[in-house]
Design a protein. Sequence first.
Length: 359
Amino acid sequence: MFNPIAYFLKAMARKEMRKTRADLYFDLAISLEDRVPLVTTFRKYESRARKRNPGEAMVYLDMLRALSSGSLTKALKGIATNTEMLMIDALQSAGDAKMADGLKFLAVTVEKTDAMTAAARKAIRYPVTLLVVFSAMLAGFSLKVVPILTGLLPPEKWPFLGRILYSMAQTITNHGLMLAATVIGVFWAFFYSLPRWSGRVRTVLDRFLPYSFYRDYSGAMLIVSLAALMRSGVSLRSSLDRALIYSSPWMRYHVRRILRTLARGNTVNFGVAFKTGLLNQYLEDRVQDASERRSPVEAFVRIGTGSIDRVIDQIQKSAARVASMILVVCGILLFIMMGGFFSTTMELQNGIKANAQGR
């Protein structure tokens, strides 16, 4: 029978556990190094959580049920990301020693990828918030202030900036709901298309903002996952095959193209295969360099986590450019609002003085 309270408690517990999953991976690695079975470790965690957090205890019970089938991947579903589940799926068939080593590597990787995720979210959140705030200010100005000025002075007598403000106000007053619905629809279509839309047109758009945000982030995550799998002894082709299981339609499009190129007998090195538009120029060059080394697998593994800090820096620079463009737009809106308001009120004052002098 469905229990909404238990469902809510488990959902909240999973949300909190996702934030600290790097610590969980590290603790599991230490337990495996000490030859403690995962079932024993999770039972201990469940017993401890029962006294502190009922929701967390229920999550650990679900994990124990999943572990009964021998699948750590299923046990961590809802806590680990798709990329991490891909790595864990490869590790669990490699033996306890390699799994412990892999989980330690994963713990370090998660800290870096979480930092990259935070940078990407911040990059999107700030300019969008800025635009929403200024749009709300313009709407409030159009609906509250402009009608008062219109009642005091006919719009045809307003100065140039005032008439621009009046035109914008009329557009918002008469078509505001339609404009808001259009903007929301555009944003929804954009975010919906990020993991789903693929093809030649999308590959071209991925070179430019805002699609390049998603391309940079997702490409770096794939390189990190492949590096972790190859570090565990999985070949590049097998790693790419595994990546297809947990990939979005956009990512699958690129991974299949990479696999097709690798399958050709005339492919010089695997760096050529990655030139599908999936990676930014920096990562493309690093993968190409790795493929030309004496030990290409070791070189590929090294660029995995090492590239994240550089990608974070690139995302932040791209965010700064977007924020600068939006600041310019917001500055123009503010100039029109304030300039239109003050120039119109000055025209109104001049009219009042002229009438007073005429009397």
